[in-house]
Design a protein around this ligand. Structure first.
Ligand SMILES: [Zn+2]
Length: 134
């Protein structure tokens, strides 16, 4: 069980799939089942169209950032390094809502946290948030 008071990080990811590939939360769910996980590891998925889809419920510990899953929520943008304007609008919406519930949580990119060699989500989340006043 993920306790809301423990949430210190809101982590932005990308699916690291071809930018023009249309995928949704169900596809990611199937992908993660294939890794032997308990289904989708993220809490939210943002499709290329900007559609926001649910992954794990927010009370369920995610599987998206090594050693920090107990203290974070994860949102995943579908794509690799070129995201659509609609995706960024939706990302802002998701993060603003999360900030209402978890005002002390810090928004970061996957690459900014934990033990990873990944460059996910392939843009500078911290600077982007500053521009958006998040
Ligand atoms: Zn990631």
């Amino acid at each position: 069980m993920l306790k809301s008071k423990n949430i210190k990080f809101l982590v932005v990811h990308c699916s690291d799939t071809e930018n023009n590939k249309i995928l949704n939360a169900r596809n990611i769910h199937e992908m993660h089942l294939g890794f032997g996980w308990d289904g989708i590891g993220y809490h939210k998925v943002i499709c290329r169209s900007g559609k926001i889809e649910n992954g794990r419920p927010e009370y369920w510990i995610g599987a998206h950032v090594k050693s920090k899953n107990e203290i974070s929520l994860g949102v995943c943008l579908i794509g690799r390094d070129k995201f659509t304007q609609k995706q960024f609008i939706s990302l802002e919406r998701v993060l603003k809502k999360w900030k209402l519930f978890y005002p002390k949580a810090k928004i970061i990119g996957h690459k900014d946290i934990g033990e990873t060699k990944k460059t996910c989500p392939n843009f500078d989340v911290i600077s982007w948030c500053k521009n958006k006043n998040l």
